[in-house]
Design a binder for this molecule. Structure first.
Ligand code: FES
Ligand code: FES
Length: 163
């Protein structure tokens, strides 16, 4: 196996990082193991569950399916980056708490990223659009109803000007 390493740099949650990684280092491993951003979870590791979702230039992607070198030069947002600047929860995160949109929490970072991606492009989504946006993220606990309710509540609160 080649031991060659590649220099990468990327913005993660608004902060600039540079590193040298092997070609086969996945983005999720880089975020979790090198940057210690362990809010992004690893589930299936082959693109099915969505637990590893992060934003790449504002679009949700599976970080288990990307190599860190592919993310070089891009802006990444992880679940840690969704919080308010003072560390308190965003409206979306708070809405998940309000509606009991999580139980074990394993899927939650990926759900939040998928939902944030939807609300960024469609601030007032229909129920169908919410279900479609989270449709690639698996949850073994909630039955999805409370998650849909959380995204709806967040969109209502944002429409009232909450940030
Ligand atoms: S861990 Fe990436 S999609 Fe499941
Ligand atoms: S809350 Fe447990 S997997 Fe979704």
């Amino acid at each position: 196996m080649s031991s060659k390493r590649y220099d990468i740099s990327m913005l993660v949650n608004g902060r600039s990082y540079a590193a040298s990684v092997s070609a086969r280092t996945s983005l999720v491993d880089y975020l979790r193991d090198e940057l210690r951003l362990t809010g992004t979870h690893v589930g299936c590791e082959h693109g099915i569950c969505g637990a590893c979702s992060v934003m790449l230039d504002g679009e949700p992607v599976r970080s288990c399916l990307m190599y860190a070198v592919q993310a070089s030069g891009h802006a990444i947002t992880t679940v840690e980056g969704l919080a308010q600047p003072d560390g308190s929860m965003s409206v979306l995160q708070d809405s998940f708490c309000e509606t009991h949109g999580l139980q074990c929490g394993y899927c939650t970072p990926g759900m939040l990223i998928a939902a944030q991606g939807l609300l960024d492009r469609t601030p007032q989504p229909s129920e169908e659009e919410i279900r479609d946006a989270i449709g690639g993220n698996l949850c073994r606990c909630t039955g999805y109803q409370q998650i849909v309710a959380a995204v709806r509540l967040a969109s209502e609160r944002m429409a009232r000007g909450e940030r």
